[in-house]
Ligand binder design. Structure first.
Ligand SMILES: C[S@@+](CC[C@H](N)C(=O)[O-])C[C@H]1O[C@@H](n2cnc3c(N)ncnc32)[C@H](O)[C@@H]1O
Length: 440
């Protein structure tokens, strides 16, 4: 029952925390940051347009940050949650070395293909291989992924066409060309299927007839995707062989195993948010179809490796490891007194901050003196209680020794209508922000 609940966190701690930091609200609705925290604005940019990573941000935001901090050629930039590689790509364009960490093998693949070096010869080989793909022959033994819903996801002829192409890609000798074609193939899976990514999962398409997504449709969108990649190869070749870019398929908790302490000029990232969003669920079609997972046990392992931002598949320990941010203790206690839609939420929130504080500690050690760390993150709310991720991360960063120079609100976030009613009074805290930190 909620009757005994006396709001304390929102009214007391939230307001005090907000006062402690410089929070800049956008002056108008058409503010620049709003589009920069959104991947959609990159859909016309070379290489970025190869795959629409919905949770990604614009490379223009990365450019703005690199310029603000006067980053020089050869400086080292790190993205501990690199996703599709937006930070790494812009770092490469600006002639900076970079290292990205990513636990989802599908996302790591995207980041790698978008940022590896290409040669003129690859472009010739790319067009030769693409032309051969126009006339592929039917195959007898095709492996069908073990994902239980696979046959509902695709029309039968579309599925067989996709899997036949995948077999052809495996035969391509030039590894970089095979990667490029595989990326185009992965990039059309959602559009080829009867489902679409929505919220934290897949939803059946209601508006478009299933029959449209047949083999001919798939073929058309596949060759369109290859055309875009072909058009951008010149650009990819031009930015090649100037710097070193690595994508490490490991948790960012191991950041200091791969970088020297005090060696990194800047860290730019957007972590998963404390919003119950499970990346292995939303990208499950790509993970299974691309053979990044082959068994359900592989998926289970993956889920355990990520930041604990969702409720799927891991144990959540309950101890509060964060003595440095007492507000977090209050928040978790209050959340546990509420009747939420899942009783594991308070523990998940606590585990999330444990993981985020762990990552920030690794980042702090890797950064040079006067190095910078910019975090793009969204707040959330459960049962009317705001989870002010931006302020709590800023508070922990300050505790570590960072100077918190500002928190820029990029946009307000849309919550469910129930959450909206419950948090109306605190609406300004429901936002996506950019936190600017500097190591003193
Ligand atoms: C918001 S996305 C990053 C998007 C990226 N900025 C872009 O533009 O493509 C967060 C990423 O963090 C990854 N991730 C989650 N836990 C991780 C961990 N412990 N170490 C490294 N990456 C992790 C997720 O798989 C996801 O791809």
């Amino acid at each position: 029952m909620n009757v005994l609940y006396m709001p304390n966190f929102n009214d007391k701690f939230l307001v005090t925390l907000e006062k402690e930091f410089k929070v800049d609200y956008p002056k108008t609705n058409s503010t620049t940051y709003k589009s920069l925290v959104n991947y959609a604005s990159d859909l016309n940019l070379p290489i970025q347009r190869w795959y629409r990573y919905k949770e990604g941000y614009s490379i223009k935001l990365v450019d703005k940050i690199l310029t603000k901090y006067n980053v020089k050629d050869g400086d080292l930039i790190v993205d501990p949650f690199c996703g599709s590689g937006s930070t790494l790509l812009q770092a490469k364009i600006n002639k900076c070395n970079s290292i990205g960490f990513e636990i989802n093998p599908f996302s790591a693949f995207l980041a790698k293909v978008k940022t590896q070096d290409y040669k003129k010869q690859d472009m010739i080989s790319f067009y030769e291989n693409v032309s051969e793909l126009h006339n592929i022959k039917k195959k007898q033994n095709i492996d069908i992924p073990k994902l239980s819903t696979i046959e509902q996801l695709f029309k039968k002829d579309a599925l067989f066409y996709l899997l036949t192409i995948k077999e052809e890609i495996k035969q391509i000798k030039n590894k970089r060309v095979a990667d490029l074609i595989m990326l185009a193939w992965l990039g059309i899976l959602e559009e080829s299927s009867n489902y679409r990514k929505a919220g934290n999962g897949l939803k059946i398409r209601k508006t478009i007839k299933k029959t449209i997504r047949d083999k001919e449709y798939v073929k058309k969108i596949f060759f369109n995707a290859l055309k875009k990649i072909g058009e951008d190869l010149e650009f990819a070749i031009n930015i090649s062989n100037q710097v070193s870019t690595s994508v490490i398929e490991d948790t960012c908790f191991n950041l200091n195993k791969y970088t020297k302490k005090n060696s990194v000029k800047g860290v730019i990232f957007s972590p998963p948010y404390a919003n119950c969003f499970d990346y292995t669920e939303i990208y499950k079609v790509e993970l299974w179809m691309g053979s990044f997972v082959k068994e359900y046990s592989d998926l289970k392992i993956l889920r355990k490796r990520g930041i604990r931002s969702h409720l799927n598949g891991y144990e959540i320990e309950s101890k509060i490891a964060v003595k440095s941010v007492p507000e977090l203790g209050t928040l978790v206690t209050e959340l546990s007194q509420k009747e939420l839609w899942d009783k594991r939420i308070p523990k998940m929130v606590e585990a999330y901050f444990n993981d985020m504080f762990h990552s920030l500690t690794e980042i702090y050690q890797a950064l040079k003196k006067k190095g910078f760390c910019v975090i793009i993150v969204s707040n959330s709310a459960y049962g009317g209680i705001v989870v002010p991720t931006d302020l709590l991360l800023a508070k922990f960063a300050k505790h570590l020794g960072f100077n918190v120079s500002s928190i820029n609100v990029a946009r307000n976030i849309i919550t469910s209508s129930q959450q909206y009613e419950e948090t109306k009074k605190y609406g300004k805290y429901l936002r996506e922000s950019i936190i600017y930190l500097e190591k003193k």
